[in-house]
Design a protein around this ligand. Structure first.
Ligand code: SAH
Length: 248
């Protein structure tokens, strides 16, 4: 590509995600306890408010469905997918209250074993469907499955920018009519808008601008987004985005 100007921001960002090492990431997560504390890196106390906000966010999305303006007609969405689900904090804590069936993708099997134990004790109306023990970079959703919601939280930093865009493209092929892809992730706060590398779990923390750029590259458009409120000040800002294919 000689003669093409390089965007310095691109170069810098790509060097950040080039540091991701999948084996280091899996080694870290395998060493972590199958608990909410393990999932949240020592901040288990934020789980409750996090799940409350997510549940409200999803309720508001459901109210946008045709014929559901009163928020009551669609009690349960037929099918959801939670990706990078860990022990299923979000699945058991929230999605099983909104969806009939929740499929799960999570590379670390001991986490999904815990998820199944917890889900079996859940009093929420939904149930867990299929479980795929894979990283999202390798995950190819089953053709013919139609997800009303595909939820991601605190796991997409494990993927390089390129793998993430390719993954988002695959997701759109299994989105049900009127479905959403939801992303809830930390934002980096560097003044120059750069991403950060986290050596602990070999992941990147992206800037808000980088997220927008990757959504666009993947052919996704923003439906609505929201900043998390009420978290301790020492935590990074968290944003939740609901997205749909731009072609819709
Ligand atoms: N989303 C859950 C878990 C967050 S912890 C929650 O909010 O509670 C991050 C999770 O990402 C861990 O379960 C870890 O095993 C998983 N993970 C690590 N690498 C991944 C990858 N390449 N693809 C998908 N998930 C990954």
């Amino acid at each position: 590509m000689s003669g093409m100007a390089t965007d310095p921001e691109d170069e810098k960002s790509s060097s950040v995600d080039a540091q991701i090492n999948v084996q280091n990431a899996i080694n870290y997560w395998t060493s972590v306890d199958s608990s909410v504390n393990g999932m949240l890196g020592g901040f288990p106390q934020v789980s409750r408010i996090d799940l409350q906000s997510s549940s409200t966010f999803l309720s508001k999305l459901k109210r946008r469905l045709k014929g559901n303006e009163d928020g009551k007609s669609v009690a349960l969405l037929p099918l959801a997918l939670e990706c990078g689900a860990g022990i299923g904090r979000v699945t058991t804590g929230m999605l099983l209250g909104h969806c009939q069936t929740v499929d799960v993708v999570e590379p670390v099997k001991k986490f999904t074993d815990q998820l199944q134990t917890d889900a079996a004790q859940s009093t929420k109306p939904g149930r867990v469907g299929r479980i795929f023990n894979q990283g999202l970079e390798d995950f190819h959703p089953e053709a013919g499955r139609a997800y009303n919601i595909i939820w991601h939280q605190w796991c997409l930093g494990q993927l390089s920018d390129r793998d993430l865009v390719a993954y988002f493209v695959r997701c759109q092929a299994v989105l049900a009519q009127e479905g959403w892809i939801v992303v809830k992730e930390n934002l980096s706060t560097n003044a120059d808008g750069s991403d950060d590398f986290d050596e602990v779990d070999s992941s990147v923390t992206r800037s808000e601008q980088k997220w927008s750029k990757l959504f666009q590259e993947a052919g996704l458009r923003l439906v609505t987004n929201e900043k998390q409120r009420g978290f301790p000040k020492e935590l990074l800002p968290v944003c939740t985005w609901a997205l749909r294919p731009s072609s819709w």
